[in-house]
Design a protein around this ligand. Structure first.
Ligand code: CTP
Length: 471
């Protein structure tokens, strides 16, 4: 509509509009849309057209509110729950702190609050439709997903969380959340039974593992008569505080300014162009450590053997095949403050044949002389110059876990060893959970069985405090 209007404007008005748009960094159409939206908003505030919650409509915009979110861009995804009315207040609170707020509304959200009310408060039209030709042409879901500093989902319903956890993109909100490379904050709101349900618990664990941050939910009375418990959406000011913490952390992140090098996955040792020696490592643990270190602010290089797990966001991934390639990649990624060797490096390889080894009819099977691969951990831990300040190895053990791991720590010359009990039921290799003991000069810490993301978060926290102590 805006482009139709701008086309029909007389030249003098169009020239003034062009100057105004340029001053604000908008396109002509965008500026026209904003002027129209503001006019509608004024009308909605003063006339009876839009009913806003009392505290939203009644409060004057910030006289003494610090512009803590100045020039920060927030994409607010409003899900379909009764708490959606609070999201209107949230828009106002974000804007009065200086944030530019774009709004995406799910179809269900529009059953609770109108796009007109959300648009009036945001100062621009909300986005609602994945298949809208006009929207896709104008901005498009990829730009919506990327042209922001943070995505806030409020209310995050159980259904919306499940879709995001499973990577489903049936609508604009889902597509934006799948396409984004920006941090995501969820403010869940649902009935306490839905919050406590095993499926929701699983989804939360998955989302946390994917780096999603949460605020709330709070406990209290629910919209349903007589229902109380945990499930109320966090208050708008609590959500604003979480946004401020994510966008402008008061304290620097614990690994801010640190370089962390991590190896992960198996190695493949070539036999000939089609065959190789491998092991069962999935790379899940090493990749989770890389993700946790990046989330803690580190500059992370992940040297990975062949895996099917996705590259962690915000990490420089170097892909290798064999132990020798892994050593070369590790050496060229130095210097680093910390090196964590989570890869299951093949101990032996063979001299690879250039051509496929053929079966000779009636002949004996080929014999291979195994040759020892370089020990990457030991090589780096024994460097006399440029050694990372903290070198962490892993020890995959099936028996005498702690005794073997202690011997490995001494033999390899590293500072810490994370001892993996690979005989644990359920299978650590390839599985999602891990039981580890952290062995340091100070002693042995045995951690409870937990998700690999949990192990990663604990390890990164220990690394951060060790570096802090060394400082
Ligand atoms: N490691 C390495 N390079 C190798 C072998 C192992 O960097 N060639 C590292 C692993 O990444 C891990 C640690 O050394 O951090 C221990 O690996 P593990 O497989 O448990 O020990 P090994 O040295 O292979 O000893 P063993 O197989 O006898 O237990």
């Amino acid at each position: 509509m805006a482009s139709l209007i701008t086309r029909k404007l007389d030249e003098a008005v169009k020239a003034r509009l062009r100057v105004r748009a340029a001053q604000r960094g908008h396109s002509l159409e965008e500026e026209a849309r904003r002027i129209l939206t503001e006019a509608v908003a004024d009308e909605a505030d003063t006339a009876s057209g839009v009913t806003l919650p009392e505290d939203v409509a009644g409060e004057s915009t910030g006289t003494s509110i610090a512009p803590t979110l100045k020039a920060r861009r927030v994409l607010l995804v409003i899900g379909g729950g009764i708490a959606a009315y609070k999201s209107l207040d949230l828009i106002r609170r974000l804007k009065e702190r200086g944030a530019a707020v774009r709004v995406v509304m799910t179809e269900a959200a529009q059953q609770f609050v109108t796009p007109l009310a959300a648009g009036a408060l945001a100062g621009q039209r909300p986005f609602t439709d994945l298949f809208s030709h006009a929207d896709e042409f104008d901005i498009g879901h990829i730009r919506l997903a990327r042209e922001t500093d943070l995505i806030v989902i409020a209310p995050a319903t159980a259904d919306l969380m499940a879709k995001v956890a499973h990577g489903l993109a049936p609508d604009l909100a889902g597509a934006v959340l799948l396409a984004t490379d920006k941090p995501v904050l969820m403010a869940p709101a649902m009935n306490p039974h839905m919050w406590a349900h095993a499926a929701t618990r699983r989804n939360i664990e998955t989302l946390r593992g994917d780096g999603v941050a949460f605020v709330g939910p709070n406990s209290g009375e629910m919209a349903e008569r007589g229902e109380t418990g945990r499930g109320r959406m966090a208050e708008p000011l609590e959500i604003v505080a979480a946004v401020e913490a994510l966008l402008a952390p008061l304290r620097p992140l614990p690994l801010q300014g640190r370089r962390v090098l991590i190896t992960s996955g198996p190695t493949h040792e070539p036999i000939d162009p089609v065959r190789y020696i491998a092991n069962r490592s999935s790379g899940k643990q090493g990749h989770a450590i890389a993700a946790a270190a990046a989330a803690a602010g580190a500059e992370v290089t992940l040297v990975s053997g062949p895996v099917t797990v996705a590259d962690p966001p915000g990490v420089n991934v170097v892909k290798v095949e064999s132990a020798r390639e892994m050593l070369a990649a590790v050496q060229s990624a130095l210097p680093a403050d910390v090196a964590v060797f989570a890869a299951a490096v093949a101990d032996w390889g063979v001299e690879p044949q250039q051509q496929k080894i053929k079966k000779e009819k009636g002949g004996a099977p080929p014999q291979f002389a195994l040759r020892e691969n370089p020990d990457i951990l030991s090589t780096i831990a024994h460097m006399t110059r440029g050694r990372p300040r903290l070198v962490v190895g892993f020890a995959a053990e099936t028996n005498d876990v702690i005794a073997n791991a202690k011997a490995k720590l001494a033999r390899k010359g590293c500072d810490w060893i994370v001892a993996n009990d690979v005989s644990h039921e359920g299978g650590v290799m390839g599985g999602d959970r891990n039981t580890v003991h952290l062995i340091t000069a100070a002693g042995v810490d045995s951690w409870p069985t937990q998700s690999k993301q949990g192990v990663a978060a604990h390890l990164v926290a220990r690394i951060a405090s060790a570096l802090e102590a060394k400082r």
